[in-house]
Design a binder for this molecule. Structure first.
Ligand SMILES: *[C@@H]1O[C@H](CO)[C@@H](O)[C@H](O)[C@H]1NC(C)=O
Ligand SMILES: *[C@@H]1O[C@H](CO)[C@@H](O)[C@H](O)[C@H]1NC(C)=O
Ligand SMILES: *[C@@H]1O[C@H](CO)[C@@H](O)[C@H](O)[C@H]1NC(C)=O
Ligand SMILES: *[C@@H]1O[C@H](CO)[C@@H](O)[C@H](O)[C@H]1NC(C)=O
Ligand SMILES: *[C@@H]1O[C@H](CO)[C@@H](O)[C@H](O)[C@H]1NC(C)=O
Ligand SMILES: *[C@@H]1O[C@H](CO)[C@@H](O)[C@H](O)[C@H]1NC(C)=O
Ligand SMILES: *[C@@H]1O[C@H](CO)[C@@H](O)[C@H](O)[C@H]1NC(C)=O
Ligand SMILES: *[C@@H]1O[C@H](CO)[C@@H](O)[C@H](O)[C@H]1NC(C)=O
Ligand SMILES: *[C@@H]1O[C@H](CO)[C@@H](O)[C@H](O)[C@H]1NC(C)=O
Ligand SMILES: *[C@@H]1O[C@H](CO)[C@@H](O)[C@H](O)[C@H]1NC(C)=O
Ligand SMILES: *[C@@H]1O[C@H](CO)[C@@H](O)[C@H](O)[C@H]1NC(C)=O
Ligand SMILES: *[C@@H]1O[C@H](CO)[C@@H](O)[C@H](O)[C@H]1NC(C)=O
Length: 513
């Protein structure tokens, strides 16, 4: 670990530390604004040097967000469509919504959003398809009917299809697609398209629409549910963040409280250079990354190494999961935090990651915005790090989660380098500012922040999931998550958890609200 001086106490959201850096070219943000909204729950805890300002509320499950070329924030309201938020800026970081306009009225849209580099083509996704429209930022309307670009993605359990237009590979559209169950045996079959990330050529669209299962360049498979994906700006490397499995057991022992880790995966480059990671199998559904090594029976590896689920045998064991046979994550995060987005700053020194928060754990974890330090196109921490993600904005009282909590989802930079973040559960958008008025995008991960204890909120091994009722692990609806438990029970596949019938039944009872 390189960080030594970063354990800094949290400050309340609207209380500045008084330690604003001397600066001639920036203006410190105001401690409060006449426009500032107040959340119905405890104000977020914010790392020293930052301010989290609530700028919009009363949205319907805001997910992916993106600024258009005129500075309006386009928001996917899940099961509603796309809304443009016009923002007023009174200076000193006093940002508010001046007006809202419905751009696309389509209740099938649920997460993914992108804009072409010129701002004139809008992309969004439903569980089944990816669409594009000609878009006018001036009138905030689509000026064409939707074109279906990619289709034939099935619609159960993990239904978000995140979109990315990589700047280093113009003309390619990257689409992530998760599994159709907690443990999805079809993901073992490369032809199904389940749990895969692919890139599709829009410059020469050779079929309209592309069939996700059969077309496109495979960037990776065995990726359970990589809801977040981003391009590292210096190298063009693609990094995704993965929601790993729930209710895990191994050799008859329930290890789900602190295993497996959530993942940050490196998917290689799109510029034509062969990358050994590109197109590899990343492990799911046989192999998972270790977080709490000591809790995994008969595991001889370290944090971040992959290990086999269930009963080990002559075909599925830890050798099957080793680096030669499956691509391990670049970094691992605490189990069940549910990373949903990743976004780099332009300098390539920081990757911001939203954690939607846990349901499959006695003590809630996640529910925060963190940052991971990068340098030279790669994460700074080694792959066995327990402290790669440094917290910047979190809920003051995590035991109130998921009901009395914001739940981070989508991220976007505005033109001034301020970071915007949606929270679906609370229908809100926050702006994350530096209290000295500097660009949030200028801050590296270790400029400030708090390294969480790797044991934070550690529940006892073998506990059942009693704490948090509704909630999703990475983009599924709560009913779908419940279904995934039910499907695991029904299939009895891989002996997921000893006594899963009991736990799964408990989950069903809790989660169908
Ligand atoms: C903004 O932050 C960057 C990176 O930390 C720093 O180099 C720069 O001096 C800061 N600018 C101001 C005006 O404080
Ligand atoms: C919230 O938004 C709805 C439309 O989605 C609107 O009818 C309602 O008046 C808004 N409520 C407040 C308090 O702004
Ligand atoms: C805009 O998109 C909507 C929904 O996809 C569609 O119904 C409408 O016809 C489009 N408008 C134009 C001008 O094509
Ligand atoms: C587009 O791709 C098709 C199929 O690969 C190929 O036949 C065609 O020549 C390509 N068009 C261009 C303009 O490259
Ligand atoms: C997309 O296809 C076109 C036509 O075949 C090709 O010229 C171009 O290089 C492809 N784009 C990428 C990013 O591979
Ligand atoms: C969808 O996939 C199925 C199974 O691979 C295939 O039979 C069907 O033709 C595909 N449909 C479309 C519209 O591509
Ligand atoms: C592709 O990107 C990698 C990483 O930045 C770089 O090492 C390589 O030279 C690039 N290849 C081409 C053909 O530009
Ligand atoms: C771990 O190492 C021990 C001692 O070498 C060995 O007996 C055991 O089989 C190993 N476990 C696995 C899963 O490889
Ligand atoms: C582990 O599985 C591999 C196949 O993935 C097999 O070759 C190997 O023999 C197995 N090891 C043991 C100890 O059963
Ligand atoms: C983080 O701190 C280390 C050592 O203190 C330093 O080398 C590195 O440049 C810093 N990174 C950023 C992004 O500030
Ligand atoms: C890891 O697991 C062990 C054994 O179950 C437990 O005692 C310990 O508290 C856990 N530590 C963390 C960091 O989760
Ligand atoms: C090993 O276990 C897996 C899953 O539990 C099963 O699908 C597979 O058939 C088993 N292999 C053998 C040789 O028993």
């Amino acid at each position: 670990m390189k960080r030594t001086s970063t354990i800094i106490a949290y400050t309340a959201a609207t209380l500045l530390t008084g330690a604003a850096a001397a600066s001639s070219s920036t203006t410190a943000v105001a401690a409060s604004c006449s426009s500032t909204l107040t959340a119905s729950y405890a104000a977020p805890s914010v790392a020293s040097g930052y301010v989290a300002r609530l700028v919009a509320n009363n949205l319907t499950k805001p997910r992916g967000i993106k600024f258009d070329s005129n500075g309006a924030l386009l928001v996917v309201e899940q099961d509603v469509g796309i809304t443009a938020l016009n923002l007023a800026d009174a200076g000193q970081g006093c940002i508010s919504v001046s007006s809202r306009k419905t751009v696309i009225n389509d209740a099938t849209l649920n997460h993914g959003i992108e804009l072409s580099a010129d701002g004139n083509t809008l992309y969004a996704s439903s569980p089944e398809s990816v669409y594009s429209w000609a878009y006018s930022a001036q009138s905030q309307t689509n000026t064409s009917s939707p074109k279906t670009l990619v289709s034939n993605m099935t619609t159960s359990d993990h239904t978000t299809r995140t979109l990315l237009l990589p700047q280093h590979a113009p003309g390619l559209l990257v689409v992530t697609r998760g599994s159709t169950a907690n443990i999805d045996p079809l993901a073992e079959d490369i032809t199904t398209g389940h749990s895969q990330i692919k890139a599709f050529n829009l410059t020469n669209q050779t079929s309209t629409p592309y069939d996700f299962d059969t077309a496109g360049l495979l960037l990776g498979w065995g990726l359970r549910n990589d809801v977040g994906i981003a391009e590292e700006p210096l190298s063009g490397g693609l990094y995704s963040v993965e929601n790993s499995v729930d209710q895990m057991s191994r050799l008859g022992v329930d290890i789900h409280q602190n295993n497996p880790g959530e993942e940050m995966n490196f998917l290689g480059y799109l510029n034509g250079t062969y990358s050994p990671n590109q197109g590899r199998n990343f492990g799911y559904p046989e192999c998972y990354a270790a977080w709490n090594v000591s809790a995994i029976p008969e595991f001889n590896g370290t944090v971040g190494m992959q290990f086999a689920i269930g009963s080990l045998n002559s075909t599925d064991n830890d050798t099957t999961c080793d680096a030669a046979n499956r691509q391990a994550p670049r970094l691992t995060f605490q189990a069940h935090m549910a990373p949903l987005d990743i976004l780099f700053n332009a300098e390539g020194t920081a990757a911001w990651v939203t954690f939607h928060g846990s349901w499959d754990r006695t003590d809630p974890v996640g529910y925060k915005l963190s940052v991971v330090e990068f340098a030279n196109g790669d994460a700074v921490d080694s792959s066995d790090s327990l402290t790669a993600a440094v917290d910047i904005v979190s809920n003051a009282n995590q035991s109130a989660c998921p009901t009395g909590c914001f739940r981070p989802v989508g991220l976007a930079w505005d033109r001034q380098g301020r970071l915007f973040m949606s929270s679906d559960a609370t229908g809100e958008v926050y702006a994350i500012l530096r209290d000295d008025g500097n660009r949030t995008s200028a801050a590296g991960s270790n400029a400030t922040g708090t390294i969480p204890s790797a044991t934070a909120g550690a529940g006892g091994a073998g506990g059942s999931s009693t704490a948090s009722g509704s909630g999703t692990s990475g983009g599924a609806s709560s009913t779908a998550s419940a279904k995934s438990g039910a499907e695991s029970v029904r299939m009895g596949w891989r002996g997921v958890v000893g006594g899963l019938g009991v736990v799964g039944g408990l989950l069903l009872g809790l989660m169908v609200v």
